[in-house]
Ligand binder design. Structure first.
Ligand code: LER
Ligand code: MN
Length: 301
């Protein structure tokens, strides 16, 4: 295993680790509890790089408040990459969604996702469609909600595709949404939308609740996995619960997945301990080593 060439912000003694790892960082204060890092953007970038992560997944409520060049410069100065941008705060804080009965709200949700495209293009990041898809609201027919969802996603995929940006739909457990809880429902939605730049984000926390077998569902999703979230069964860091991360990561990398493994877990017992334990446990779980220069698999632990 050789050391990797890194750009600005390289830290002495930094060595290969399993896959490329990122952790979620909110660009502004947020209520969502499974984000270990919030506020003090540059300070958190430095801390996260110092823990040994390769990247940060940014949780962004309103991209219009950010300058893509400024974000890119700060992330790059810290020696980090941004594999993905989360959009769910627009639902959590503003209740924007693709499936709201109000055409005005649906339009605002679509505009918000399109607003993420310049930032995602600058950062070479995938745009995550999580809770922004919404729920089947009272008085709305499920087929109607699905029609709104499919056409909103087609419009967003078109806009993102023009800029070379990908979107990833995240199946989310039944306690948070009534629309798309499982990987197979996600795959059916991908087929309905029919866009090459549209894939899945699988999250081990949600999968543990909804999938009969996490590894079978990873295999089923295969090369349509665009991004991957890790938290343990209790939504603490990997290693704090009962999920089998060696089997999960082995299966994920066997699909040919070369993207980031991104930590979305609660800051328990605190953010630093969680971030450090996550790296250690994922390493001990025997993931594959990925060479950042060409993103090909370099060796297997
Ligand atoms: C977002 O990635 C997620 O996993 C959801 O649980 C957000 O509530
Ligand atoms: Mn997630």
């Amino acid at each position: 295993m050789g050391t990797r060439e890194r750009g600005m912000g390289e830290k002495a003694g930094r060595i290969d680790r399993p896959g490329r790892l990122s952790v979620v960082l909110s660009t502004q204060p947020a209520r969502f509890e499974a984000v270990a890092f919030k506020g003090d953007f540059e300070g958190n970038l430095a801390r996260i790089a110092g823990f040994g992560y390769d990247g940060v997944e940014l949780a962004v409520r309103e991209p219009a408040l950010l300058d893509p060049e400024d974000v890119w410069a700060k992330v790059t100065a810290a020696g980090l990459e941004v594999p993905a941008i989360g959009t769910g705060q627009a639902w959590g804080e503003e209740k924007l969604s693709f499936t709201d009965p109000s055409a005005h709200v649906r339009g605002a949700a679509i505009a918000r996702v399109k607003g993420h495209v310049p930032l995602a293009a600058r950062l070479n990041a995938t745009i995550i469609i999580g809770l922004l898809r919404g729920i089947v609201q009272p008085g709305v027919d499920r087929d109607q909600a699905m029609d709104w969802l499919v056409s909103a996603l087609q419009e967003c995929c078109d806009a993102a595709g023009d800029a070379g940006v990908r979107l990833a739909l995240e199946p989310i457990n039944r306690y948070e949404t009534t629309l798309i809880n499982t990987a197979s429902q996600g795959l059916a939605l991908l087929d309905a939308v029919g866009a090459a730049n549209f894939g899945l984000l699988l999250d081990t926390f949600h999968m543990n609740i909804e999938e009969p077998s996490i590894t079978d569902s990873i295999r089923q999703a295969g090369d349509r996995i665009f991004h991957f979230h890790v938290a343990d069964s209790n939504r603490w860091h990997p290693g704090a619960g009962h999920l089998d991360f060696p089997a999960i990561l082995r299966t994920l990398f066997a699909t040919g997945y070369k993207g980031y493994v991104s930590g979305e877990f609660m800051p328990m017992p605190d953010a630093e301990t969680a971030a450090l334990h996550a790296i250690k446990h994922l390493h001990e779980s025997g993931a594959v080593m990925i060479d950042k220069r060409d993103t090909s698999v370099a060796s297997t632990v």
